[in-house]
Ligand binder design. Structure first.
Ligand SMILES: [Zn+2]
Ligand SMILES: [Zn+2]
Ligand SMILES: [Zn+2]
Ligand SMILES: [Zn+2]
Length: 158
């Protein structure tokens, strides 16, 4: 059994001296954890994510999924992700995604000098595809926008 005497001390501690840690992304301080990749306070909210329903409402998940910081950590690179040649090489054929992951709102810090890139265009209709937002399909370096992908799927001979 837990010792009841502890209780009064816990209340005293709660009276908040000093600054409370806050999530570095949204500023909330309700339930926090630290990121494995960069040791920053972040909402401990992965459990909130429901598959295919709320898409990007979890700070923890967003940082894990949409940043170079996490990629760098998971891949076991050394040094800072911001000037990591290995990270850059991993996205060599998709500079657009490298820039997105390096400057997305889910970062605590962003790339100082993101490289420029040519917009990705649909092979079929020529419309620009925003890789981080739009639906698309790709095959051997070519991209198709969502519309053309749909059309192509329907036109596959049975
Ligand atoms: Zn948060
Ligand atoms: Zn991180
Ligand atoms: Zn790296
Ligand atoms: Zn298209």
């Amino acid at each position: 059994m837990a010792k009841k005497k502890r209780k009064s001390k816990a209340i005293q501690d709660k009276k908040g001296r000093g600054t409370k840690p806050k999530c570095g992304l949204c500023g909330k301080s309700a339930k926090l954890t630290k990121t494995e990749c960069c040791d920053q306070w972040i909402c401990d909210d992965e459990g909130k994510y429901v598959l295919f329903s709320y898409q990007r409402n979890s700070c923890h998940r967003n940082h894990r999924r949409y940043t170079l910081c996490d990629h760098h950590h998971v891949e076991g690179h050394s040094g800072s992700w911001k000037d990591c040649p290995e990270c850059r090489a991993d996205f060599e054929s998709e500079t657009e995604m490298y820039v997105y992951y390096g400057t997305s709102e889910y970062n605590f810090e962003i790339l100082d000098n993101p490289p420029s890139f040519e917009p990705t265009k649909c092979t079929q209709c020529g419309n620009i595809i925003i890789l981080s937002e739009d639906g698309y399909s790709c095959k051997s370096g070519e991209y198709w926008c969502e519309k053309c992908t749909d059309v192509n799927i329907r036109n596959i001979p049975h």
